[in-house]
Design a binder for this molecule. Structure first.
Ligand code: PLP
Length: 397
């Protein structure tokens, strides 16, 4: 019954999924408190109290329009509020006509790719990257092209990027703060990238859409500011998701914000709204659209994650791991202690430590630690990290 394509993909299921299954198995054998599962990016804090309160109120008030069909772009009042919120942060002039409410970031990226790709068009992603981009591009007949970031700072490599741009390049997906590295791309690098893209568009007579996938943009540390993509790239669209900032990934809510500076932006928006419908999303969940309209100024407190980052970063560096200090997200991306990151992650299972190998993000030789776990688990995991590091120290001598 299954298509060959899906059959093949099942045989090749993601590392995150594989580690999820391993975690269940290990917990059954050793108990919850003896397994240190750093594999899943599933936010563990509760949503902000204001968001929970707003949800309660919405359910009790139960306005008649709440459960009905609406414009495929989403409720007008919600889109107005989202546009106003973006304008406050960027100084731009978006209206509700620039906003499409979506089924999370995953839904949003599929909507954009459905609307812009012809068969065999190319979409560039900067590796390490969120591996599902490959499936999203493939869903719409496109080809994913990877441009590796520089090491060890994981910034876009513009010399490499330039070589990857062809007449078939339709879009580039950027994700900053980045999953899996936690790195924020520098404003200066992004401005140079914008110049490069403009030059290439002129040279090739094409248009290249910058799709900025930003689910972690509010989870940043030490007061850093993430550069505003809409201000840097003319041909750009923001993909935002409340999965991480409000810790509600199961509710599937996000939006696309289309840069008003795009030539024929309203026609692009019409195409996106149509794609939202025919992909079968129809519209983003109504109740949660209304909820986020009440939660635009709230986020999970990033300090919760910052304390965990600090603790884990100290543990890792004191044990000799090479690792860039993340400025956001809830991930760390250290170098594995041997070249083979898959063998390294498999070895870590011996100490009930669960990670995802860098190969799962198109970046072998590294591994991802997700700190969606409480401080107690991090503290309890220290002897396991020590034993792991020790094994490889002993192997070297
Ligand atoms: N993009 C990135 C970089 C992610 O890390 C994730 C989820 O982990 C997504 C997109 C999908 O997010 P959503 O839950 O909004 O679909």
């Amino acid at each position: 019954m299954l298509s060959k394509k899906i059959s093949d993909k099942l045989g090749n299921s993601s590392w995150i999924r594989a580690m999820f299954e391993q975690g269940i198995k290990l917990r059954k054998i050793y108990g919850d408190d003896k397994v240190y599962d750093f594999s899943l990016g599933n936010p563990d804090p509760q949503p902000p109290i204001e968001t929970k309160e707003a949800l309660r109120k919405l359910v009790i008030d139960d306005s008649p329009e709440l459960h009905k069909y609406m414009s495929n772009a989403g409720f007008l009042d919600v889109r107005e509020k989202v546009a106003f919120h973006i304008n406050k942060e960027t100084g731009l002039d978006l209206t509700a006509e620039n906003i499409i409410m979506t089924v999370g970031a995953a839904g949003a990226i599929n909507v954009i790719l459905k609307a812009i790709l012809e068969q065999d068009d190319e979409v560039i992603a900067l590796s390490p990257y969120f591996v599902d981009y490959g499936s999203y591009v493939d869903n719409h007949g496109g080809k994913l092209v990877l441009s590796p970031c520089t090491k060890p700072d994981f910034q876009p490599d513009l010399l490499d990027l330039e070589k990857r741009i062809t007449p078939k390049t339709k879009a580039i997906i950027i994700n900053s703060p980045n999953n899996p590295t936690g790195v924020i791309y520098k404003e200066e690098v992004l401005k140079n990238m914008a110049k490069l893209l403009e030059d290439k568009e002129k040279e090739l007579g094409t248009e290249i859409l910058v799709i900025s996938d930003e689910p972690y943009v509010k989870l940043v540390y030490d007061g850093v500011k993430v550069p505003s993509i809409l201000n840097i790239f003319k041909n750009s669209a923001i993909v935002y998701s409340y999965s991480k900032s409000l810790a509600i990934p199961g509710e599937r809510i996000g939006y696309i914000a289309v840069n008003p500076a795009i030539k024929d932006a309203s026609r692009l928006v019409a195409g996106l709204v149509f794609a939202n419908r025919v992909l079968g999303f129809v519209n983003a969940p109504g109740l949660f659209q209304k909820l986020i309209a009440e939660s635009l100024d709230h986020t999970v407190d990033p300090k919760i994650y910052q304390e965990r980052r600090d603790k884990l970063f100290d543990i890792l560096t004191s044990l000799g791991f090479e690792c860039i200090k993340p400025e956001g997200t809830f991930y760390l991306f250290p170098k594995a202690l041997i070249e083979d990151d898959i063998a390294f992650v498999k070895h870590a299972l011996k100490y009930n430590l669960l990670f995802v190998p860098g190969s799962g993000f198109g970046c072998p030789g590294y591994f991802r630690i997700s700190y969606c776990v409480d401080m107690k688990t991090i503290e309890n995991s220290i002897p396991a990290f020590e034993a792991l590091a020790n094994d490889f120290k002993n192997m070297e001598t």
